[in-house]
Design a protein around this ligand. Sequence first.
Ligand code: PLP
Length: 429
Amino acid sequence: MAMERLDSETETTPTAIPHWYDGDDDIPTIVDGEDVTVYDSEGTAYLDFQSQLYCVNAGHSNQQIIDAIADQLARIPYVSSGKHNDTRNELRARLLEVAPESMAQTLFSISGSEANETAVMLAREYADASKVLTRWHSYHGATYGMASLTGDTDTRAYIEPHATTTGNAKFLPPIPEAFDAETPEELAEKAANHLEFVIRNEGPDTIAALLTEVVAGSSGAYTAPPGYFERVREICDEYDILLIADEVITGFGRTGEWFGAQSEGIQPDLMTFAKGLTSSYVPLAGVMMNDDLAEYVAAEGFDVGQTFAGHPVGCAAALAAMDVYEDGLLENTREVAPRLESRLTDLEERFDVVSSVHGRGLHWGVAFADPEADEPFVDPRVSDEDDNPVETVLSTAGENGALFGMGRPNTQIIVSPPLCVTEAEIDEA
Ligand code: PLP
């Protein structure tokens, strides 16, 4: 059958797939951007308080990053991951300067999903064990392996009926929703005790790793109660379980430090990152690891060898993005974050339907609940986005020139502007 050709005079845009906006086909077509603002094809400006997918950390169209990409392209666009490349070597060294102390070496990857694949593959090989502890409501990626370790029901819907790899995923409950506690300290203790119970019940020798976001990213910016991760580190050490911090959203300044592990006081064994690494101007991801794992990788020659892993253009973008973060955006994040927190906390006080506000740095979740029933507006297990009041909040915001994210499950919005945001833009949004 002959393929229908698009006539560029009359039709330049294929039918848009309704995603997060309003279920109609009037999703804006973004054609331009500068700093925190993006523009659609009609010239309408939007404050991008979603940083697209919580990833354009340096803001849109930063010239320093664009120039670095152009320079690398002009010099040598691609060098395979098996060879040395000066830009890649420089990035490797630079990452060590800013990462948590426990980190000793980097393997590059392409996307966050693939970085997590590599981390889990390495952890399983190193520990000679298959099970991985993860959490309901977590998000770790869209590949088969990572969807099977993701606790978000929408993502799992694509693999549950087919995957044969899900058996080795053991799910922990999401912390704030699952444990009754009077104080944050009690919550930390109950959640950590539960983790220890699961480990003993499964058999510590059968578990390779705990894979965890350090601030729950796309499920709604939940932070762990103080003391929780300290206990997690102790428990992982006691039972010889590798602690993998998924920093795909929290990395590169989003929490006000280089990495979320630093704002939460964690020394992970493995750490994965993507998005903010290049401010998402080009795809690049990575896995950092501790000394023992680095030695193992060197001795065993562990290498997953993807063609585009550690692409020099991505490495050039990452080095420039890191300069931008260092030369002011990390500081700006720390300066303006209290303003964002206080404006969002105001909402909780003003509106009964806002049930909680939580987050770190410039990544926040605003949860909505029916005040009569004190429940999420939409039961995550039966959510129908067409009837979802949170969807209405998002589309109304869009019509008024501000873009926010939808938390998974769909009971909250996520507020996550680029790190160059000003207090005036926070007030406006
Ligand atoms: N891990 C976390 C915490 C994420 O938020 C995401 C993506 O949103 C991923 C992993 C997967 O990253 P990617 O979409 O680059 O594969």
